[in-house]
Design a binder for this molecule. Structure first.
Ligand SMILES: [Zn+2]
Ligand SMILES: [Zn+2]
Length: 258
């Protein structure tokens, strides 16, 4: 079974509407998709304002009730994690009639590092990587999220630390296992300066070693990117022994064969 659980519509920073994303999935033979527009408890330009949540709910319900050409449509969100703001995040999550929550880190020290690349020349990249992975681990431990989004996004603009990342990968994989979270294979990194999926192969090897469950997400912001590079992603996880991926219904996880 093929599913794509990470995509954005015009409601946050995507371009297209729900119907266009569904048609694209049907055309590409993807049997289940989930919308995951951004919600952030700190106001940011690329997230859906909290006061437009009702519009998000009604749009997803409308597309679910329409002819989806056999594509099952799930209701997800991509929520920013901020250390120390777990209660506020939980408040928002619990008002949503969702199937799953992706927890993502886009900020380190108030720096929106995945949109503002210039800053990389001014920061201590080693320190940034340690802070980033610590936040990713805290997001998993918070138990707020079903899926951890693009879990090595720090590499997006191809700035790397001078130390090897193996220890952080191993430690983070163990945290994911203990927290019982799913990790997405987010294929969008292939078109970014880092030119590889999130997570990288060495990180994914540690996830496979600890048997951390995975799922798939294109992070499409336009309809033509739904399911992009999924053949390569599936071949990659199968090569590491994965035979199933996770799907969610009302926040209940089920493993399905790939
Ligand atoms: Zn994201
Ligand atoms: Zn996203």
């Amino acid at each position: 079974m093929l599913l794509d659980y990470h995509m954005h519509t015009f409601l946050s920073d995507g371009r297209d509407d729900h119907e266009q994303m569904v048609s694209s999935a049907a055309f590409r033979g993807i049997s289940e998709i989930g919308f995951s527009d951004h919600i952030s408890i700190k106001p940011v330009s690329w997230a859906l304002p909290i006061d437009r949540i009702d519009e998000m709910i009604s749009r997803i319900h409308a597309v679910q009730a329409s002819d989806t050409k056999g594509v099952e449509v799930k209701f997800g969100v991509e929520m920013d994690y901020f250390f120390g703001m777990e209660k506020q995040i939980q408040q928002v999550i619990k008002q949503l009639p969702i199937d799953y929550v992706i927890g993502s880190i886009h900020f380190v020290d108030d720096w929106n590092f995945d949109t503002d690349a210039n800053e990389f020349d001014r920061v201590d990249v080693n320190r940034f990587y340690r802070q980033y992975f610590k936040l990713v681990q805290q997001s998993a431990k918070s138990k707020l999220f079903d899926i951890i989004g693009h879990c090595d996004l720090a590499k997006k603009f191809a700035y790397y630390p001078t130390f090897p990342l193996d220890v952080l990968y191993d430690e983070t994989a163990q945290v994911f296992k203990r927290a019982d979270v799913v990790v997405e294979i987010n294929t969008s990194g292939r078109t970014k300066p880092c030119n590889e999926f999130y997570p990288s192969i060495p990180f994914l090897e540690r996830l496979a070693y600890y048997k951390v469950p995975v799922t798939l997400g294109s992070d499409a912001h336009v309809e033509q990117n739904v399911g992009q590079f999924f053949d390569e992603a599936i071949a990659g996880i199968k090569a590491l022994g994965y035979k199933e991926i996770a799907r969610f219904t009302k926040r209940k996880r089920e493993m399905v064969k790939i």
